[in-house]
Structures are given as structure tokens and as C-alpha cells.
Ligand binder design. Sequence first.
Ligand SMILES: Nc1ncnc2c1ncn2[C@@H]1O[C@H](COP(=O)(O)OP(=O)(O)OP(=O)(O)O)[C@@H](O)[C@H]1O
Length: 266
Amino acid sequence: MLQANDIHFCIRNMPIIDKASVSLHPGELTVILGPNGAGKSTLFKVLAGEVPCKYGKVAYNGSPINGISAKNLALVRAVMPQHSSLSFPFLALEVVELGLLACGGSYRQELVEEVMTETQTWHLKDKLYGNLSGGEKQRVQLARVLTQIWDKKSFPRYLLLDEPTSSMDIALQHHVLRIIHKIKKRNIGVLAILHDLSLAANYADKVILLKKGRILHQGPVKEVMTASNLEEVFEHPIQVFSGSEDSSVIIQSIPFIQNHLEIKLA
Ligand SMILES: Nc1ncnc2c1ncn2[C@@H]1O[C@H](COP(=O)(O)OP(=O)(O)OP(=O)(O)O)[C@@H](O)[C@H]1O
């Protein structure tokens, strides 16, 4: 389990994360939701070990993160940040191969090809990463982190994704969430920051609702993603519907224009 207890994180004495405790279980997708500036990326970086945290504890499979070497941390978790910039003119294939380097594996052309095929990036392999579109870059970065943890291992591992689908079209967003659904079955706990409430409701196992650095609600999707909880967090009218013919959930933010119409009709 990836466990964080009482995380308190300040920047220049300003609290950004206030006493957050989180448990990430292998085999589950946990999604962090919250408005801009809520502290999602900051919490994510603390959990990933990318920023040190003075107050609170983060432990991977029972071992405190500060006692895990960078090499061993790369074996237990892979991280896709919100933005990735590269200073060298790498090909897309070379970016994905960085995932193999991170896990210290020998070169495996078939693994790289399998992951790039799964993420629909194999056809991009000889293109310069810098010339790719935003959505293509995201898929290549996803392929890189998947490459890092693709091989099955006997111990639980974690995949941390900060807005992995933010530049993708609708079909690709669902495709990525399906890949996540498959990968979590390899004893992998996935943590993702998303802004799309319907994607979260339909694919996540657990949800964390963060506002102004505090976790207001967390737990199973059905318990947490209620209209009233979401309205409290986002300060906007929201409706939650059950899909008519299946178990899907539709979450709709109500446009201001609709509010005006309702007021006019009343
Ligand atoms: N290095 C920094 N220096 C000063 N303030 C920072 C720094 N990093 C983050 N912050 C502030 O901390 C708050 C939380 O930022 P964070 O990036 O974690 O939010 P977020 O929930 O991920 O937002 P978004 O949805 O817009 O990506 C913001 O108000 C941000 O301005």
C-alpha cells in the first residue's frame, strides 16, 4: 500500500496541503479531484517523493519514502508529471525507452513495441518528440511510465499520473482509462489527477475531493461523488445521473445559461 499520513506542506509559510492522509491500494484506481489551485499537484508530488515533506509520513509498502533509494523507488513507482519538457532532440521511441532505463531493465524491443502499440504511439516512434502534438506527447509520456512498470512483479507497485488525459480527444481519454483498468490488475495501485468528473465517476474505484489544501471527502466513488459533495468542492451546480441502460454515471455541470432559463420559466 502507498500510505500518507498527516501531510502538511507549506510554501513560504502558506499552507498548501493541510493534514492530508491517503491510502492507495494495489489493484485500484484512485482519482484526485478538485478546483484549480486546490493542491492536487502538490499532494501528488509529495506522494511521488518529488518534493520532501517536513510534516507527515509517506510510505511505500510499509517502507518510509526517505529510506528508499532513488533506484528502488523507480522499481516501485512510476510518475507522469503534468508537464514534461526535454532539453535534447529525442525521438518518441527514445523517450519511451527512458522508462526501461528508470527500472534498470535490459533493452527489450518487444516490450517497448507492445507498450507503444497499446498506447497508439508506435507509428510515432521515429518522430522528434518536440514536434508531436500535445495529445501525442501525453501518449508518449504515458508509454514511458508504463514501460517502467509493464513487467509483472511479485510486490505491489504504483503508477502516479498528473492529468494524463488533459490534451487528449474523447476517444483517447477513454482508451487511456481502459489501459489503466488493465494495468491495475497487475497488482498496481494507480493515482490520477483528473478534471473530467464523468471519467472519474466511471473508471475510478476511489476518489479524493480536495479543496484549499484539505481533503473534504474520500472513499468509494458512489459514496463520495454525490451532487452535494461535488457542488461543495467546485462551488458550481452539478447533477449526477445514472446511465439508463448500464451502470454508467453521467455528471453534468449546469451551464449558467440553463440557470437563467430556469429562473425565467419559474
Ligand atoms: N513553488 C510554488 N511557489 C509558490 N506557490 C506555489 C508553488 N507551487 C504551488 N503553489 C501554489 O500552491 C497552490 C496549489 O498548487 P497546485 O499546483 O498543487 O494546485 P492544483 O490543484 O494542482 O491546480 P491545477 O488544477 O490548476 O493544476 C496554488 O495556489 C499554487 O499557486
